[in-house]
Design a protein around this ligand. Structure first.
Ligand code: CIZ
Ligand code: SF4
Length: 304
C-alpha cells in the first residue's frame, strides 16, 4: 500500500467512526475531489450540509463556504482542514467600508455575491451565486436602487444581462483576473473547434470572447450535455479534474494555466486526516449574525 492509499484508508475509517462526510468544492485538487462524498459549488455544498445525516462535515473549500454551511446546518460540526483558506474577494470589503457604503446609499437594496463573509451577508437583503445572480437582481422591484457587492465583474455581467443599473463595489477575484483576452485568443488559435466557457468572475473583455458564461456547476453540466468535443475553460484550473473525470472522451484546455487559487489548493489528504483526528478547525458563526445572514440566503433560495 503506497502512502496515498494508506492515507485514504485511514480517512475512510475515521470518517465512519465520526459519522462524517467530506465535501469538496469544484476547485479543490484532484485527490481531495476523489475522496469527497460530494463535489460541487458553494451553494450545492451548503445545501448538502443542511440535508446530510452526518454529524461532522469536513468542508474542503474556502472560509466563506464553510461559514455558509455552518449557517445552514447549525446543529452540525463543520470543520475546515486549513483555516488559512480564505477568499481574497470576500476580504475585499471590510465591515467599516461596508458601513460607509450603507451611509452613502441608505435607501438601496443590497445584493451580495455568496463570496463574502457571514457578517457581510448579515447586512444584505439578498445573497446570490454566480448561477442565480441574474434571477435575484430581476426579482428586486424595478424602482429600487441596487448595490451589488463585492464582485464588480460579476456585477457588470449582471448589468449587461438585466439592463438594471447596479452600484458596484471595487472587488474582484485575482485568480479570474489573471485570465487575459490574449490567452483566449491563443487557445482559440490552437483549438479552433473548442467552445469557450468562462465564469462571470472573469473580466468583461474575456466574457465578451466567450461562447457561454456559466457558474462552475453550470460549466460541468454544459460540458456534459454539449455535442462539442473540446472546450477552453476560463475559470480556476481545479475544475479541469472534475471535467476530465466526468467526460473522459472530451478534451478540456485551461484558458490560462495561471488561473489557480492558492487558497483553494491548501487542502490535501494529510490535512483532511488531521482534521478528522483532532476535530479541527470548527467553523461557527455567532447566532445573531447567522440568523440575519440566513435571511439573505433564504430570500435567494425562495427566488431560485
Ligand atoms: O459559488 C461558487 O462555488 C463559486 C466560487 C463559483 C461558482 O461559480 O460555482
Ligand atoms: Fe476567492 Fe477567487 Fe479563490 Fe474563488 S478563486 S476562492 S473567488 S480568490
Amino acid at each position: 500500500m503506497n502512502q496515498n492509499e494508506k492515507l485514504r484508508d485511514d480517512i475512510l475509517n475515521l470518517k465512519k467512526q465520526r459519522n462524517a462526510i467530506i465535501l469538496a468544492h469544484n476547485y479543490q485538487i484532484g485527490e481531495v475531489q476523489d475522496i469527497a462524498d460530494f463535489v460541487g459549488d458553494s451553494l450545492d455544498l451548503s445545501q448538502k450540509s443542511a440535508r446530510t445525516n452526518a454529524d461532522v462535515i469536513v468542508f474542503c473549500g474556502v472560509h466563506f463556504m464553510a461559514e455558509t454551511a455552518a449557517i445552514l446546518a447549525p446543529e452540525k460540526t463543520v470543520l475546515m482542514p486549513d483555516l488559512n483558506a480564505g477568499c481574497a474577494m470576500a476580504n475585499m470589503i471590510t465591515p467599516r467600508e461596508f458601513s460607509e457604503l450603507k451611509k452613502k446609499h441608505p435607501d438601496a437594496v443590497y445584493v451580495c455575491y455568496i463570496n463574502c463573509t457571514a457578517q457581510t451577508k448579515a447586512e444584505c437583503d439578498y445573497c446570490c451565486t454566480s448561477a442565480n445572480s441574474i434571477k435575484v437582481v430581476q426579482a428586486v422591484p424595478k424602482e429600487k436602487k441596487i448595490v451589488f457587492i463585492p464582485d464588480k465583474y460579476l456585477g457588470s455581467w449582471v448589468i449587461s444581462q438585466t439592463k438594471r443599473e447596479l452600484i458596484l463595489w471595487d472587488g474582484y477575484c485575482p485568480t479570474h483576473r489573471r485570465i487575459l483576452p490574449e490567452d483566449i485568443l491563443k487557445k482559440k488559435a490552437a483549438y479552433p473547434k473548442a467552445e469557450v466557457l468562462v465564469h462571470p468572475e472573469c473580466t468583461p473583455e474575456v466574457i465578451a470572447m466567450a461562447d457561454k458564461v456559466l457558474s462552475t456547476s453550470g460549466i460541468c453540466r454544459y460540458a456534459k450535455e454539449s455535442n462539442s468535443e473540446e472546450f477552453i475553460i476560463g475559470t480556476e484550473v481545479g475544475i479541469l479534474h472534475r471535467l476530465k473525470k466526468e467526460n473522459p472522451e472530451k478534451k478540456f484546455y485551461p484558458a490560462s494555466e495561471l488561473s489557480d487559487c492558492s487558497n483553494m489548493k491548501l487542502n490535501n489528504l494529510e490535512k483532511i486526516l488531521w482534521s478528522l483526528e483532532d476535530m479541527v478547525y470548527p467553523i461557527t458563526v455567532p447566532e445573531d449574525i447567522a440568523k440575519r445572514a440566513k435571511k439573505s440566503i433564504d430570500r435567494m433560495l425562495e427566488i431560485t
